[in-house]
Design a protein around this ligand. Structure first.
Ligand SMILES: [Zn+2]
Ligand SMILES: [Zn+2]
Length: 388
C-alpha cells in the first residue's frame, strides 16, 4: 500500500503530539466510513460487488478503530526515518538497457518498479520515480534511496502495468513523465478494472483494462491479470472501487508472475493450477508490520517463500521493500528474514533473490545470472547468491 490512511498518518507525523493524534483520529473517522460501506457489499460469489470489488478468501473488515490503534501504537515505536538507511545502488549501465539484447533482462528499479525486457519488448511495472509516495510532494512517505535507474535513462517503454491505485504504485508524476517523454504516446498502459478512467482523464488513451483472468496480447507478449489478495483506495470514499491485480506475462517461451503488493492467500496455488508454474516470480517481501493490521494485504518474507513454492516459481525476486517507510518493520529487515526463511525450507538463496536497487539480472538459456553492476552482461558472474 500506501493509501490515504498512511498519507494522513505521515502528515500527522509532521505535527506535534496532540495535534498529530487529533489529525489521525479525525481523518480516520472519515476513512472508517468508506471502509464499512465497502465491506457491506463484499458478499457474494464473485469479486464484483456492484459498487466495486472484494477479495475471494478474506473479509475486508478493516475498521476505523483498527487504524487509530495502529497509529497510536506507532507513535511510541520510534520508527527510523528514511535517512537512517543507506542502500547501495547497483549502477547498471543505462546503455545496456537501451541496447538490443537477446537474453531477457529484469531490473529492479526500487519498490514495485521493475523493468522486464524480453523479445524486444520493454515492460515496466508500477513506475515510481518521485520523491514521495503521496498525493503531494511536501508530505508523505519519502524515499530512502533514489530510483535505481533514473526515469530519463529508461529505454522506450512499450507496456506499463499498474497493479492498483495506492500512491506507492500509481504515481501521477511518473506516469505523466513516461507519457510525455519521446515515444511515450506509444506506450500501452494495462490496468485492472475501473482504473482506465484515471488515465483518460489525464489524456492518456492507450489504456487496456483487465478483469482477473482476462488476457491481452501486446507485441510478442501476452499479459494476464491474476487475482491477488489486496485492496484499493486513493481518496476518502473510494475504497475497493477499482480492482487490484497481479500479472502473468508470457513472452519468448517464458512465464513471469509479477505481484506488486499482496497478502498471502490461496491465489498463488490457483494461478499455478490455471496457468502453470512461472519461470520467474517477483513477489512482495516488505510492508508487513504490525501483523494484526497488515496480515491480510501484505506478506511477510516467510509467506513470500510459501507463495514462491505455491506458484511453482523457478526463481523469485523480492520487491516492495527497501524504498519507502510505509509500515513498522525496519526497512532493511525483509532480506534478513527472507534469508532465514529460505534456510528453514532448505531452498537455495539463488532461488529467491534480493537485488540491489538498480540491479539487473539476465535470464537466458544458461539460467539466471546477476549482473556485476557494470552494464557488461558478459562480465556477469553466474548464480551469485542472494544478499544476505
Ligand atoms: Zn497497496
Ligand atoms: Zn504498496
Amino acid at each position: 500500500m500506501i493509501h490515504f490512511l498512511t498519507f494522513t498518518a505521515a502528515v500527522g507525523a509532521r505535527l506535534g503530539g496532540i495535534n498529530r493524534r487529533f489529525v489521525c483520529l479525525a481523518i480516520g473517522v472519515l476513512i472508517s466510513v468508506s471502509a464499512c460501506s465497502s465491506a457491506e457489499h463484499g458478499v457474494g460469489r464473485s469479486h464484483h460487488t456492484g459498487q466495486g470489488f472484494r477479495n475471494l478468501h478474506t473479509t475486508d473488515d478493516k475498521t476505523f478503530f483498527d487504524f487509530v490503534t495502529w497509529q497510536w501504537q506507532r507513535l511510541s515505536k520510534n520508527i527510523p526515518s528514511p535517512e537512517a538507511y543507506h542502500f547501495p545502488i547497483a549502477g547498471t549501465d543505462p546503455g545496456f538497457l537501451r541496447r538490443e539484447h537477446h537474453s531477457a533482462a529484469i531490473t529492479w528499479i526500487g519498490h514495485a518498479t521493475l523493468l522486464l525486457q524480453s523479445n524486444r519488448l520493454n515492460i515496466l511495472t508500477d513506475p515510481h520515480f518521485s520523491e514521495r509516495a503521496s498525493p503531494v510532494q511536501w508530505a508523505g512517505p519519502k524515499r530512502a534511496v533514489p530510483p535505481g535507474i533514473p526515469l530519463d535513462d529508461l529505454p522506450e517503454i512499450d507496456v506499463v502495468l499498474i497493479s492498483h491505485n495506492h500512491y506507492d504504485h500509481l504515481d501521477e508524476e511518473s506516469v505523466m513523465k513516461l507519457f510525455w517523454r519521446p515515444g511515450g504516446d506509444r506506450t500501452v498502459f494495462i490496468v485492472p478494472l475501473k482504473l482506465k478512467e484515471w488515465f483518460t482523464r489525464r489524456g492518456i488513451e492507450r489504456v487496456v483494462e483487465l478483469d482477473w483472468w482476462d488476457e491481452h496480447r501486446t507485441g510478442k507478449a501476452t499479459v494476464i491479470a491474476v487475482p491477488v489478495q489486496h485492496w484499493s483506495k486513493r481518496g476518502l470514499f473510494d475504497g475497493f472501487e477499482t480492482l487490484w491485480a497481479g500479472w502473468v506475462i508470457r513472452v519468448d517461451g517464458r512465464q513471469y508472475l509479477i505481484v506488486c503488493d499482496a497478502g498471502y492467500s490461496l491465489e498463488y496455488s490457483e494461478i499455478r493450477r490455471r496457468l502453470g508454474p512461472s519461470d520467474l516470480a517477483a513477489l512482495p517481501i516488505g510492508a508487513y508490520e504490525p501483523r494484526w493490521f497488515m496480515k491480510k494485504y501484505h506478506m511477510t518474507p516467510e509467506e513470500a517463500v510459501q507463495a514462491h513454492i505455491d506458484a511453482g516459481a523457478g526463481t523469485s525476486v523480492g520487491i516492495h521493500w527497501g524504498t519507502f517507510v510505509l509500515t513498522d518493520e525496519p526497512l532493511d529487515e525483509p532480506p534478513v528474514r527472507l534469508g532465514k526463511a529460505l534456510k528453514e525450507k532448505e531452498i537455495s538463496p539463488d532461488r529467491f533473490l534480493v537485488l540491489q536497487h538498480g540491479e539487473t539480472i539476465i535470464f537466458d538459456s544458461g539460467g539466471i545470472r546477476r549482473m556485476a553492476g557494470t552494464g557488461n552482461a558478459e562480465a556477469a558472474s553466474a548464480h551469485v547468491p542472494a544478499i544476505p
